[in-house]
Design a protein around this ligand. Sequence first.
Ligand SMILES: Cc1ncc(COP(=O)(O)O)c(C=O)c1O
Length: 396
Amino acid sequence: MSTPPAAVPFLPFALPEIGDEEIAEVVAALRSGWVTTGPKTRQFEADFAAFLGDETRGSELHCIAVNSATAGLHLALEALGIGPGDEVITTTHTFTATAEVVRYLGADVVLVDIDPATLNIDAKQVEAAITPRTKAIMPVHFAGLAADMPAILAIARRHGLKVVEDAAHALPTSSGGQLVGTLQSDATVFSFYANKTITTGEGGMLVTRNAALAQRAKTMRLHGMNRDAFDRFTAKVPSWYYEVVAPGFKYNLTDIAAALGIHQLRRAHAFQRKRVELADAFDEALAGLPLLLPPRAPAGDMHAWHLYVVRLADDAGIARDRFIERLFDAGIGCSVHYIPLHLHPYWRDRYGLRPEQFPHSQRAYERMVSLPLYTRMGVDDVQRVATAVRQALGAE
Ligand SMILES: Cc1ncc(COP(=O)(O)O)c(C=O)c1O
């Protein structure tokens, strides 16, 4: 009797890489008794500043750990005084978190189209969307490729606007040779969600050079109290004393999560090199197919390669949804980044948006597929995906 061939395992779209060091540090946090914000969170913040600062001539960066990038974006805008009557410009081609935080504060979101070459916010469209109510611009470094920061920062300077970078995909990414997080914006926010380039399960980091912004964000991170739990239990002033200065939020990171972050951060550059290797392997394996391959970073700049997004060419001969089904049938997980905000009922109806206002995002959305790319994959997995792609396109 012959045994049936072993099923080829499903290749998920994303998987975190958690090592023994991370696990040991989490266990140490659990054993220490400090399970919420404490010494490991402090260390993670200091390490993050060193990670960015090492490459920026040691300039003063404040790094504020939070329990999500969404929280960090909210805190940054709040600290900048964004509120009712204000407008914030961002890209339609993003996750809803980028825009929803503007609505938390009662301000309005102004969505603009992307540059089809990079899938990043189009700086020309940003300038055209400025009104007397505009207060801030929120670029997103889509897929880990830096947005056009020189142009966006110049527009912000000309019009007296704030800039908050959504760097959820961008660790590590550079622009003009400088790491995202160290540019001349008002704040930059990273995500450590499970599928990001480094993960703490859930988590984020708000980075700013502005000491007043940092102070406000730290206070609002924990209920508007003027000191956090670690200070309360270890400083010399009475341990029970605190003052509430504003109705703040509950956005602090736990030491259990920070324990993961400390070791993930140490691997961030090695992870990025692995992602580059996989992206290069994809580019080579998919060359010549009716696909638009992802844009590369300019020479000398770093692409975090959070996502590897291909777009079906007009002559691909298959619709995007069917293409994804075929890959799924071949055991390959895929995703779509993103269903643009202008297509979601909330954003569409609130602002009366139509796809014709965003032709580049709309066109990209209809053709785009994110293929799996993560550090636990090998080049053999890339070959497997590429074979499935060729078969789905009928090219094999
Ligand atoms: C572009 C973008 N911004 C913001 C977020 C929110 O990140 P978090 O889940 O850490 O709140 C995400 C997460 O997927 C994202 O992709």
